[in-house]
Write a new protein. Sequence first.
Length: 282
Amino acid sequence: MTEQNLPTRVGVLGGGRMGAGIAHAFLIKGADVVVVEQNDDAATAARGRVESGVAKSLERGLPDGDYLDKLTVSTDYAAFGDRELVVEAVPEIWELKVASLRAVEEHLGADAVLASNTSSMSVSALAGELERPAQFLGLHFFNPVPASTLIEVVIGEQTAEAHVEAARGWTEALGKTPVVVNDAPGFASSRLGVAIALEAMRMVEEGVASAEDIDNAMVLGYKHPTGPLKTTDIVGLDVRLGIAEYLESKLGPRFAPPQILRDKVAAGELGRKSGKGFFDWS
């Protein structure tokens, strides 16, 4: 049985770290979840990520249950046909987002809600590429999804109010807190988080202090659970660069990526996933 207010049948497009985390979060609350990936190899990897995540939750005290019995991983968009909610979680590339959302929408029932996990792109602009913009909104999950207590619910210009209220209920049923924002570049979380991180990078670049000391200043002085540079490593420097470039195009030069960020991405220093970013993760 699913938690009250939670959709019974959920779809996730993309089974990378975020998509797998989203699937995990819904599975352990009792939802039936379909993950769709681009090919068989990606689908196998996605299943492995979800299974590993659920196993870790069980080790940490999640009550025993047949959670994975409700997981289906497919390469066929038609698997979304009976879903009440589908969350898109593909990389932050405009053309890819639009093509993916359109492909999902073609297979959805008339009452299904389609959401994007975008961390910065305009929900209204994405909705403008769809046939049913009133059925579309942003659900910005945070990494790691199962442990995070926040979901940013982003309202597009045409999003139906009933779906906004439903999204609040879904968020709470997942054991998380909804923050509802109107569509704007970077929403609330990415805009503020990236602004702090970019300034921290400039401080490293200018030799103001080490990455460790800058992070400690924010953790110890402002009670941030993780410093802005370590957070950047966890998110991925390439992801932060893409968001910064998008925000610069929409909001101006205050979001211009520092050269140190461009250099690290060019060198393959992407943070935790590559073993090195502003910190050594090896």
